[in-house]
Design a protein around this ligand. Structure first.
Ligand code: ARG
Length: 458
């Protein structure tokens, strides 16, 4: 009665829900490389005859050239990139194409392809982050002496140098890069040869295919090999943490660019205007970096949820592993490029930063420290005396260094004129020479260190 319509309907929907080619075509380079390694090994192990190996390998090269030239065709009926390559191979070389899939399954194939792809993605991200660090270091050097307010609770706390502030991000990115490096080292094992889940009866040389694809070794358990997606999660976790750092810097740029702060002027290249308010210059690139970090975190959550309940070994849910990784990677790569560009071109406004650094009685701690160091006052008592000095300055509506010596001595007679040496913002930052502190001299040492590290691990 309804058979005619039903027969067509579900199969069309099934084709659509089943197909991954719209996104997994991005794996074509890795798929062809892994197939070439596999068939070469099948030849060396005498599982497939030499002439068939040659025909298959040449055919794969032709397909690579075609895809390079014209892109990957999308045929929903062929499901995924693996079937696309194999079916094109059959068109090109005939029945010998059917020997490529000996001792292999799409399960170990996709696990291999995806690992290779994530490994390349890590290398690309690492190069981008190194360039970002270079940009931060260059601006830090330029502004090693520039005084700005350091904040806690977004309240002016103590003066710091802009160079010091920028180097904080160099440290965050250094940790991000080490997370990506760890992930790369951990994932660099080959699933190829695990076949569907149980291994194979053919005399494979898994060491050979692992080596040919740049893996350190074959994975030791075939069930794990086809069902593991830790490498994708490791990538997403590292990407998420990195994106959080980019988002924090983006947020700072957004705050710094707002008129009441005015610490920076955004370059034309990284801002936009408003269609109604002619005076506007909006920090859209920074806002999008901040926004993208939310989406990248969502990609991590998405894959964690996909994986959490899956029994061994392969389940089709795992086809959904790729879109979040691709999306996160694209967003992260773009965010790194945008932040690098912004840092390279942003105009810092040292006079605005210095003025803000002088406000909020930011050198009060220096006054207290002077009492401890020079007058041998216990710190808690010094804190109390300084609080009174701040109140006096507040009442007079002046900076701490504008108070008369007599005013200060009325608060505590142990104070003498040398206190004025420590109350300026320049004196304050110059004095903070402890390891990792904000003094320009210390910042320059840390810049030299950061450069050395970058040369070691470019
Ligand atoms: N397109 C599939 C994926 O991405 C390939 C593996 C298919 N394996 C299977 N047993 N149906 O996961």
């Amino acid at each position: 009665m309804w058979g005619g319509r039903f027969a067509e309907g579900p199969s069309a929907v099934m084709r659509e829900i089943n197909a991954s080619i719209p996104f997994d075509k991005r794996l074509w380079r890795q798929d062809i490389a892994a197939s070439k390694a596999h068939v070469a090994m099948l030849g060396a192990q005498k599982i497939v005859a030499a002439e068939d190996v040659r025909a298959i390998s040449d055919g794969l090269d032709r397909i690579a050239a075609e895809y390079e030239e014209g892109g990957v065709p999308e045929e929903l009926a062929l499901e995924d990139i693996h079937m696309h390559v194999e079916s094109r191979l059959k068109e090109l070389i005939g029945p010998a194409a059917g020997r490529l899939h000996t001792a292999r399954s799409r399960n170990d194939q996709v696990a291999t392809d995806f690992r290779l792809w994530v490994r390349d993605a890590i290398d690309a991200v690492d190069a981008g982050l190194a360039a970002f660090q270079c940009a931060l270091i260059a601006r830090a050097e330029e502004h090693a002496d520039t005084v700005m307010p350091g904040f806690t609770h977004l309240q002016v706390a103590q003066p710091v140098t802009l160079g010091h502030h920028l180097l904080a991000y160099v440290e965050m990115i250094r940790r991000d890069r080490s997370r990506f490096t760890d992930a790369r080292a951990r994932m660099n094992e080959s699933p190829l040869g695990a076949a569907a889940l149980a291994g194979t009866s053919f005399p494979l040389d898994r060491d050979a295919t692992a080596a040919a694809l740049g893996f350190d070794r074959p994975m030791a358990n075939s069930l794990d090999a086809v069902s593991d997606r830790d490498f994708a999660l490791d990538y997403l976790m590292a990407a998420t943490q990195c994106s959080l750092h980019l988002s924090r810097l983006a947020e700072e740029i957004i705050i710094w660019a707002s008129q009441p702060y005015g610490f920076v002027a955004l370059p034309d290249a990284y801002s936009t205007g408003s269609s109604i308010m002619p005076q506007k210059r909006n920090p859209d690139a920074a806002e999008l970096v901040r926004g993208h970090s939310g989406r990248i975190t969502g990609c991590l959550t998405s894959l964690m949820m996909t994986m959490k309940g899956l029994p061994l070994a392969y389940s089709k849910d795992m086809q959904d592993d790729k879109p979040p990784v691709f999306e996160a990677h694209d967003l992260l790569a773009l965010s790194i490029a945008a932040m690098t560009g912004m840092i390279e071109t942003i105009a810092f406004r040292p006079e605005r930063m210095r003025a803000a650094a002088a406000g909020g009685f930011s050198t009060a701690t220096d006054l207290a420290d002077w009492l401890v160091r020079v007058a041998n006052v216990p710190f808690r008592e010094a804190h109390e005396i300084t609080g009174k000095a701040v109140r006096a300055a507040e009442q007079k509506g002046c900076y701490l260094w504008e108070l008369d010596l007599a005013d200060l001595q009325a608060i505590d007679p142990r104070i003498n004129a040398s206190i004025f040496d420590v109350l300026s913002v320049e004196a304050s930052v110059a004095s903070r020479t402890s390891f990792g502190g904000t003094a320009p001299s210390e910042v320059r040492v840390r810049i030299a260190d950061a450069r050395r590290l970058l040369e070691k691990q470019p």
